[in-house]
Ligand binder design. Structure first.
Ligand code: ASP
Length: 587
């Protein structure tokens, strides 16, 4: 028998009992007459004790055990003299009578402790060791529990989980596809799904009116902390349903998860805000509303005072940092450096202080007198002791920069608590996005998203102004998911493809089967997909989705542990009829 109990379950009630435990040696301490070993498994840590006086040979054996050896220990549970009340097993220890080394271990390349000495790359390379650490174990358990609760809730709501294929044809989510060559069809490729979008819509046509799937999706795009080339979605679709049905059903899911996993109840509906409002008030379509500090616009008020930076700007706007008028020159310079970083991209920053003594000072005193600055203060809703931080430039970029500055100030002023959650829906997204480079419209969500019925006439003369029946769920400034009401009318779909610049042939070639399917009685339908990794990361309080994925890839898209991607043998290449172009060393 390997074990009668786990390393996390013994306590004073077991005192006097003979037990067998198996696990890994976390650490050992030699105190002359006694040797202590912390034995670890998935469930916790139990202290083993070996006594030189009572059993010298066994104690000597124990001293030879290295970190991460796998052992089995049999002995008696007894009360500990030096109790550790921080862990559930901290009141007891096992007086070991028999010890077996089940497998020795090489010295691990980093310590497997909560505060490890291993850097990111090293821990990625030995991910299976990193996964032994508590933080990792806790996130994988959290992930498992969340998936379980999602299934429970959706099952109650009569959703059924249906698997869709992984080797498909391109899906239109706007990223690059990963492709798989077909040996049996030389020169032809499958694409991996960027999402099951097309299949779930086909399932609606097939009559499965409530579908979901916890599913891997693949997108070949530049990676960041919240992006992996393969990631997991909770993908959902409903027939005979519109926006309200989807928002209500999935607000229910979010509340269920908050309740079951975080023990937080939300009374009343989640706030809803339009895309337009989100941009004006927070400078982003995924606002963190755990704190205020909303943007205010000064474009008109700043004009005509001879300050060229503001006169020439499409947009001038700012945020009010309450009670920060006391900021030193150094603190302000530091913020100016922050907004000038290439990722933020501002050229500079103007500040206004309404000092405690009632005086008003700014970095543009030369151009604006107190009366003018007073108007800004009024617009900002500021009070004495407040500090206004102001940026200027084109509207969208400046709002985005202000959004970053707002979040940074939120961090510096510690305005958000880690265990606070603020979910909201962002609705009424624009249907289309204009791309200056290619001079054409792209679907902001995807080409199957329905315009708001009242906006359909605008498609002909002002497509940029058309709003979509599309929505995102945002929690604490993280886009957790998004979806839309779909176009179910073939004619409207054709118009949408035209607006997006697809020729009839291109649309038929790529989505012909779908247009054909729509001709056989497509019900009205709508859906949503959640980034499962992101949702788990937000609940885990982690900034990176890597922390909640068992075997993630690094920022270069590599799995350092299995060393992938890797080259194919000449034989495999020729079977697939593929030739690798020599890489130009200059590139
Ligand atoms: N397929 C969409 C996505 O992956 C979600 C949806 O519209 O349901 O973003």
């Amino acid at each position: 028998m390997y074990r009668t109990h786990t390393c996390g379950e013994l306590n004073m009630q077991h005192a006097g009992k003979e037990v067998v435990l198996s696990g890994w040696v976390q650490r050992s301490r030699d105190l002359g007459g006694m040797t202590f070993i912390d034995l670890r498994d998935r469930y916790g840590i139990t202290q083993l004790v070996f006594n030189m006086e009572t059993d010298a040979p066994l104690c000597q054996e124990a001293r030879k055990l290295g970190r991460e050896f796998v052992i089995r220990a049999s002995g008696e549970v007894r009360e500990r003299s030096n109790k550790n009340l921080k862990i559930p097993t901290g009141e007891i220890e096992i007086e070991v009578k028999k010890l077996d080394v089940l497998n020795p271990s090489k010295l691990p390349p980093f310590t497997i402790e909560d505060d490890t000495d291993g850097g990111d790359e090293l821990r990625m390379k030995y991910r299976y060791l990193d996964l032994r650490r508590n933080v990792m174990k806790n996130s994988l358990e959290l992930r498992h529990r969340m998936a379980g609760e999602i299934r429970k809730y959706l099952d109650q709501q009569k959703f059924i989980e249906i698997e869709t294929p992984v080797m498909i044809k391109s899906t239109p989510e706007g990223a690059r596809d990963f492709v798989v060559p077909s040996r049996m069809n030389p020169g032809q490729f499958y694409a991996l799904p960027q999402s099951p979008q097309i299949f779930k819509q086909l399932l609606m046509i097939s009559g499965y009116d409530r579908y979901y799937q916890i599913v891997k999706c693949f997108r070949d795009e530049d990676l960041r902390a919240d992006r992996q080339p393969e990631f997991t979605q909770v993908d959902c679709e409903m027939a005979f349903a519109g926006q309200e049905d989807v928002l209500n059903t999935f607000e229910g899911l979010a509340k269920h998860l908050f309740q079951k996993i975080k023990n937080i109840s939300f009374n009343g509906p989640f706030p809803r805000i339009t895309f337009q409002d989100a941009m004006e008030r927070y400078g982003t379509d995924k606002p963190d509303i755990r704190f205020g500090m909303e943007l205010f616009e000064l474009t008109e008020l700043t004009r005509g005072h001879g300050f060229p930076v503001f006169d020439d700007a499409e947009y001038v706007g700012g945020i009010n940092a309450e009670n920060c008028a006391g900021f030193s020159r150094k603190q302000i310079d530091n913020l100016i450096e922050y907004v000038k970083r290439p990722q933020i991209g501002a050229k500079g920053m103007v500040w206004v202080k309404w000092n405690e003594d009632g005086s008003v000072r700014s970095s543009v005193d030369k151009f604006y007198d107190e009366a003018a600055l007073g108007k800004w203060i009024e617009k900002a809703g500021a009070r004495k002791s407040d500090l206004l931080l102001i940026l200027a430039g084109n509207r969208v970029d400046t709002q985005e920069a202000l959004s970053e500055l707002r979040l940074e100030m939120g961090r510096r002023l510690e305005l958000v608590k880690d265990d606070e959650f603020a979910p909201l829906w962002v609705v009424d997204f624009p249907l289309l996005e204009w791309d200056e480079e290619t001079k054409r419209f792209y679907a902001m969500h995807h080409p199957f998203t329905s315009p708001r019925p009242e906006d359909i006439p605008l498609l002909d003369n002002d497509p940029g102004a058309v709003c979509a029946n599309a929505y995102d769920l945002v929690i604490n400034g993280v886009e957790i998911g998004g979806g839309s009401v779909r176009i179910h009318d073939g004619k409207l779909q054709k118009k949408m493809f035209e607006t997006l610049g697809f020729t009839y042939e291109q649309a038929t070639e790529q989505f012909g089967f779908l247009t054909e399917a729509f001709a056989y009685g497509a019900p009205p339908h709508a859906g949503v997909a959640f980034g499962f990794d992101r949702w788990v990361a937000v609940f885990a309080g982690s900034d990176s989705i890597r922390d909640v994925i068992a075997f993630p890839k690094n920022n270069a898209g590599r799995d350092l542990m299995i060393d992938s991607p890797s080259a194919l043998s000449a034989e495999q290449l020729s079977e697939l009829r593929l030739k690798i172009e020599k890489q130009d060393p200059g590139k």
